[in-house]
Ligand binder design. Structure first.
Ligand code: NAD
Length: 486
């Protein structure tokens, strides 16, 4: 069986399909419709045709569809969990978390439907002077494979709630859990045709399909989550075309362990932050900056804890290390660890792989000339670096092109908040790992980690345009030479 695409409220099978691989065993999991550019145009045109009707529905009606969708996702949770495990290579615990989180995204988005409020401004001419928020129109949503359901939902939920129509293109690695699943859910919820379209395509087609999703004149907004390299291209193209783009990109997040840190807390935050979903999270802890006085004890305990993490059957709760998504990613991880080893890093845990499974890896004596110091790994590899004091720790943490999230572990909350203030990141968490999200918070990065924010009120700004509208009531006087003689 092959999955179809969803365009204008109907299932569309172009005949051409591409395979989706289960990363745990390398076997083909399914086939999915392979869109070309004309099919993408069709999806965008159907979104454009649906845009006005959807925008003009009362916000309460739009909210109702999202509430229904949340209930349907809950009812179909087992189904979503299965594809998150088999298609996205998720450990069962991660799949349970992600499938449980998505309904909350839809419910939080309904609050946004009530928040497209404007302002009444004072007017020198006694006009009624209003600021209104209106939807952009058609929004293209492009999502990655690591949290395919969560990040697709985050990409389009508020966009829909505030009155935009959407064309969603999930990753070629996860077209079902990141796309087709949502088409099924919203079809069941009775969403009007064209309001949410799902286009799936292979890696070979993505440049062409992606170009259409950005440059088609009907598209007024782009929500992209993925790598910095692709996001930069998309944001540049959108900038040239003067379209609004929110791009959530890569990271090289740091966990700073200050010299007064509780080591129990530090080891747990580091282990979860570095190894949850095999480190394939944009805000994974990739650099641990430990105070010199406790670095050795911390590294020993952290490495021992990392060695406990088993890989294997992703459906086994006792095997939290799942597979790496594909061979390309696996090769990148191997290359970075080899490069670090060659340049003098010590491998305290891991550095080994079995099939597509890469073991939780702890590197110490990491220096600035190593790839793992500066390049995003997106795998289960934690680089421990030491710092003499808070100033040096902050300087190392900021010594990266990225700026997504950070964690700081300290017994002194004031000190933690002061360090957080000095970090160049969009998000920072005291006494926690860098991995944190909630549907209503302004999620996003600085520097090469992206532009724009997702979540709650921030998404209302992202997916609406501000307009100034006035009503003149006799107070406006034009210069006399312009007046019609009486
Ligand atoms: P990717 O950039 O390869 O792909 C992301 C999406 O873009 C996919 O749907 C892909 O098909 C599409 N794409 C690829 N080339 C395109 C093109 N030329 N035009 C249009 N679309 C194109 O990223 P990935 O490998 O799927 O995801 C991993 C990356 O995503 C990591 O760098 C990670 O840090 C980042 N990420 C960021 C966040 C965040 O919120 N900041 C969240 C998750 C992942």
């Amino acid at each position: 069986m092959a999955y179809s695409m969803y365009i204008d409220g109907a299932w569309y099978a172009p005949g051409d399909t591409f395979p989706v691989i289960n990363p745990a065993d390398g076997a083909e999991w399914t086939q999915v419709a392979n869109a070309d550019r004309p099919a993408t145009v069709q999806a965008i045109e159907s979104a454009a045709a649906a845009a006005n009707g959807w925008a003009n529905l009362p916000h309460t009606e739009r909210a109702r569809y999202l509430l229904k969708a949340a209930d349907i996702v809950e009812a179909r949770r087992d189904n979503l969990v299965d594809s998150l495990v088999d298609e996205a290579g998720s450990w069962i615990g991660k799949a349970m978390f992600e499938s449980g989180y998505v309904p909350g995204i839809f419910r939080a988005a309904t609050a946004a439907a009530y928040q497209t409020s404007g302002e009444i401004l004072p007017s020198e001419h006694d006009k009624v002077s209003m600021v209104q928020r209106c939807p952009l129109g058609v929004v293209s949503v492009i999502s990655p494979w690591n949290f395919p359901a969560l990040l697709s939902a985050r990409g389009f939920a508020v966009a829909l709630a505030v009155g935009n129509s959407v064309v969603l293109k999930p990753s070629e690695e996860t077209p079902v859990s990141g796309g087709v699943f949502f088409a099924e859910v919203f079809e069941e919820a009775g969403l009007p045709p064209g309001v949410l379209n799902v286009v799936t395509c292979s890696r070979e087609r993505v440049t062409d399909v992606g170009e259409e999703l950005v440059s088609n004149p009907h598209v007024r907004g782009i929500s992209f989550t993925g790598s910095t390299a692709v996001g930069r291209e998309i944001a540049s193209r959108a900038g040239f075309l003067l379209k609004k783009a929110c791009v959530e990109l890569g990271g090289k997040d740091a966990l700073l362990i200050l010299d007064d840190a509780d080591l129990d807390r530090a080891v747990n935050a580091a282990t979860f932050g570095s190894f949850m979903h095999q480190g394939q999270i944009c805000m994974s802890v990739e650099r641990i900056i430990a105070a010199e006085s406790l670095a050795e004890e911390f590294s020993g305990r952290f490495a021992a804890n990392a060695r406990r993490l088993k890989s294997g059957n992703p459906r086994d709760l006792g095997c939290p290390i799942g597979p790496i998504i594909n061979e390309r990613q696996l090769e990148k991880i191997r290359t970075q660890v080899e490069d670090a080893r060659d340049r003098g890093a010590k491998v305290l845990a891991g550095g080994t792989s079995n099939g597509n499974f890469y073991d939780a890896t702890v590197l110490t004596e990491v220096t600035a000339d190593m790839q793992v110091y500066s390049e995003e790994t997106f795998g289960p590899v934690a680089a421990v670096i030491t710092a003499a004091d808070d100033d040096e720790a902050i300087a190392i943490a900021n010594d990266t092109e990225y700026g997504l999230s950070a964690g700081i572990i300290t017994a002194d909350e004031e000190r933690g908040l002061e360090v957080a203030r000095r970090l160049h990141t969009g998000m920072a968490h005291v006494n926690d790992s860098s991995v944190n999200d909630e549907p209503h918070v302004p999620f996003g990065g600085m520097k090469s980690s992206g532009l724009g924010r997702h979540g709650g009120r921030a998404s209302v700004d992202t997916f609406t345009e501000m307009r100034w509208i006035t009503l003149e009531r006799g107070g406006r006087h034009y210069p006399p030479p312009f007046l019609e003689p009486k």
